[in-house]
Design a binder for this molecule. Structure first.
Ligand code: F6P
Length: 289
């Protein structure tokens, strides 16, 4: 089987940016973050006319199947190619947000969480030594998966996520009661989709009078050397998706459920919303302030 890499995602399919790849093409990249093929958002591919150009390029190159790695947008593109043109596609979940149905984990989440936890650990030193409240904003426009995991592993006193209505008054009263018990430092993790760290910090300072600081981790979480978990996950899902494609599967996404590799229809994956794990929320409450 010959393999080509498509550069810049769907934009590269439309512009016919393909490079031949073999085993040597991926030599030495296992410890790297980002993508050697690069990525892009394609406006043209969103239109039928653009997708027809992409299909013409695929046919011209005699490409017989596509493995698409990415989140919601990338997988929607793959689904559309399979539905509109009957083109064989297999999806692989890649997103730090971990908000893709049909898999327990998407590639990048574990690395992003570990990066956030390392930052929280460093911040805690100042928080504790200087009796301060720190509000740390992590990524997650639409969900709080990174915030929950990083908050739990980082021992945060409170975690604010988009799935739960924001109740800063409650955070203030919990801060006050822990101060009464002599605990003067706290870490509050906020998902970017729930509130801005600067606003939370300003509110808490005004209401409680404690000295607070805010920090946005931002794209720090999207780069850097992947954790062992993410490396192995990517290898397993990539190999599994390719095997499925060669076996004739199409319009599906490779995923991991428990210890099992699974392949589920993209229609199901894209039409299903992943909810927060109530047990984790309970744990955060039990550990908080
Ligand atoms: O979708 C993944 C994600 O990391 C979000 O959590 C974050 O809000 C967004 O991407 C950032 O995107 P951009 O790089 O376009 O600012």
């Amino acid at each position: 089987v010959a393999v080509v890499g498509v550069q810049h995602g769907y934009e590269g399919l439309v512009k016919d940016e393909c490079v031949p790849m073999d085993a040597a093409s991926v030599g030495g990249i296992i410890s790297m973050g980002g993508t050697i093929l690069r990525s892009a958002r394609s406006l043209e591919f969103r239109e039928r006319a653009g997708r027809e150009v992409a299909m013409a390029n695929l046919r011209k190159r005699k490409i017989e199947g596509l493995v698409v790695i990415g989140g919601d947008g990338s997988l929607t593109g793959a689904y559309t190619l399979a539905e509109e043109f009957g083109f064989p596609v297999m999806g692989v979940p890649g997103s730090i947000d971990n908000d893709i149905a049909g898999t327990d984990y998407s590639i990048g989440f574990d690395t992003a969480v570990n990066t956030a936890v390392e930052a929280i650990d460093r911040i805690r030193d100042t928080a504790y030594s200087h009796d301060r409240v720190f509000v740390i904003e992590v990524m997650g426009r639409r969900n709080g998966f990174i915030a929950i995991e990083a908050g739990l592993a980082g021992g945060a006193e409170a975690v604010l996520i988009p799935e739960v209505p924001l109740d800063l008054a409650r955070v203030c009263s919990e801060l006050a009661s822990s101060a009464k018990r002599g605990k003067l430092s706290s870490i509050i993790v906020v998902a970017e989709g729930a509130a801005r760290a600067a606003d939370v910090k300003a509110f808490l300072e005004k209401q409680t009078g404690y000295e607070a600081r805010d920090l946005v981790l931002g794209h720090m979480q999207r780069g850097g050397s992947p954790t062992a978990f993410d490396r192995v996950l990517a290898l397993k899902l990539g190999a599994f998706a390719t095997r499925k494609l060669l076996e004739g599967h199409s319009g599906e996404m490779a995923g991991v459920e428990g210890v099992r590799l699974v392949s589920q229809p993209l229609g199901y994956v894209l039409g299903t919303t992943t909810g927060v794990d109530r047990a984790r929320l309970e744990l955060i409450r039990a550990m908080s302030i």
